[in-house]
Design a protein around this ligand. Structure first.
Ligand code: AMP
Length: 282
């Protein structure tokens, strides 16, 4: 596995791979790999001749009071893990090469970017869309894999790729969880032992709501059960809990096969966790 740090070099490599008639699978990440990231890379390994993983903590998708400065990183650790799962190129560009002085462009996907995480993190999805357009143009993938963990992000990317005619297949991958049910996340490293029970309230609320959805189609009843369960932990503050249509992300009036529960919860006002699941499981 090779580590590449400049846009010119990764683009030259990607062009060369394409000239040989080989396929490129991309896994964009912000690093501090866990089994969720590695599952995406393994999937890409199964599907493509060449796997490129990008590792870039893109400052433009972080708000002013967010965790950009403390986001965990360790290039050597991530290099070893990516190598182990068969990644060919780890592309970890310098910030100054991604956003040189005078960078002035922005990609905005209206509608889908607005609510949910977009409401509490203004500008976040513009940052995500903009960096992905750059990474797509630099790595020239045939397909790119994203986790359903960031469900709204996946919807925004699908829309952008469709609207702007990128010749790239977008593949969603199911959420990888700890044995406890906690959705894996680089941000879980911020959690202290004493905060674990509160962190588990998200996945527990999901399980409880899936059970309830098998009995009632009443969205309000399910939402009030979830909210009650989560705020019973003093460490938890709800950012949002919504039941939305999987494609439009518009609120569902009643539970149907496309209904998805999405939630974001602050733990001790310090750590913002997200999780989601389809409500009807069979
Ligand atoms: P991140 O480094 O957090 O930006 O995540 C990089 C990619 O990994 C995104 O497509 C995420 O949705 C995906 N991802 C993160 N955590 C998980 C997880 N627990 N299960 C599946 N995919 C994940």
């Amino acid at each position: 596995m090779k580590t590449i740090t400049t846009p010119e070099e990764i683009q030259r490599i990607a062009n060369g791979i394409r000239r040989e008639g080989k396929t490129i699978g991309l896994v964009p990440t912000m690093g501090w790999f866990h089994d969720g990231h590695l599952a995406l890379m393994r999937k890409a390994r199964e599907m493509a001749d060449c796997v490129i993983t990008t590792l870039f903590i893109s400052p433009i998708q972080f708000g002013e009071n967010e965790d950009l400065d403390q986001y965990p990183h360790d290039l050597e650790r991530d290099q070893a893990l990516a190598k182990e799962v068969g990644v060919d190129y780890l592309y970890a560009p310098e910030k100054s090469r991604m956003y040189p002085e005078g960078f002035a462009s922005n990609v905005h996907v209206s509608g889908l970017s607005k609510g949910l995480c977009g409401a509490s993190r203004p500008g976040h999805f513009d940052g995500v869309a903009t960096v992905l357009v750059k990474l797509f143009n630099q790595t020239l993938p045939h397909f790119a894999i994203f986790g359903e963990k960031d469900f709204q992000q996946l919807a925004v990317i699908n829309k952008m790729v469709d609207d702007l005619n990128f010749p790239i297949a977008i593949i969603g991958h199911p959420i990888v969880r700890e044995k406890s049910g906690l959705a894996m996340s680089s941000r879980n490293t911020y959690l202290q032992e004493s905060e674990m029970e509160a962190a588990l309230s998200l996945s527990r609320a999901i399980s409880a709501s899936q059970k309830l959805a098998a009995k009632t189609k009443d969205v309000r009843e399910i939402l009030s059960l979830i909210k009650e369960k989560i705020i019973s932990y003093k460490e938890c503050r709800i950012d949002y809990v919504e039941i939305v249509d999987s494609v439009s992300l518009e609120p569902c009036l009643e539970v149907n096969s496309s209904a998805r529960l999405l939630l974001a919860v602050f733990i001790n006002n310090r750590i913002r966790l997200i999780d989601n699941a389809q409500l009807l499981t069979n």
